[in-house]
Unconditional design. Sequence first.
Length: 344
Amino acid sequence: MRAENTDTVTCPSCGATLVAGLRFCRMCGYRLGEGVEEYVPTQRFDPSSMPKAAPPPPATDPFTPRATWGAGPAPIQPLRPFGATSALDQPGPEASSPTWAKACAPKRGGWWLWVVIGLVIMFAAGILPLSMKLKRARGGLDNPGPPAVSLLAEADAFDTPDGGGAMIRGLAGPGSSLEAAGLVGGDIITNFDGKAVRDAATLRGLIAQTPPGKAVEVVYIHDGETKKTTLTTLGRQDFRGMQPIDTRPGGRGIIGVDPGGRVRLPSVNLYGVELDDVDRNGPADLAGLKEGDVVFEFGGKPIRTAGDLRLRIYESIPGSTVTVSVMRDGQRLDIPVKIGRQRD
């Protein structure tokens, strides 16, 4: 064991009892003498003996590291007027640029990286659908083509008659481009926009390739006669079907009949629609229409299909009187019918 020093002294400043040999009083810090060193003395250096600092790197390259720690802080740049440029605005040497900056540099072909990043962000945000595919042949995005025109919705359907072409089964609502061009149910389209129509599928394909607003030449057969007209297509959003009728005051008109099939009229080259049923005490019954009558005209408009007869009845204003032309036992009858109102 090391022997303890039992000699003591008294601090002349504060009177504290201290171990002999200390240089300073531990209580008040008074200097006692040249005893044991408890603190490392402060070292002071002559500035003239310090090594000279290396000059800072050129201001034109902000990415170049400093040569030594002794170079000191970077020089303060003076304020520049708005829009002015300085050496710091210029890109540094490629060798010292960050890796991502090199990869995205246009001159190194890195623009594609920005494209990929943008697509990933848009996919994650749901802006682009996941079903979007890349074209294999051309390397671009799939072209969705022109939007589908309302012709696919303006007709109840297109049928293929025995002689070929596409027959309009009926008009699906007022204000259609078909009706504006003079076409009605029962007309057979044989040529659409300069292309032959072999069947209903061919016409549907041609319609899908036609943009809205295009004027199309249509060749068709009406009551056995070949005719030609110009049809201006509508966008699907421009054709609202039966909505204009359903939302008007009074709603759809009714006469109380059940349209049947198409019937070829004797002694004339046209078709009509036979009435399968007539509601008792309904508007048609009260006006004198009977089961078996063949309607070929309603309010001055030709009726060749059941779809067109329904449309003409629905679009008639409740309370108005419409003349219905029928064939009964080989005789033409023009019967005025007061249109009823559809009950809720």
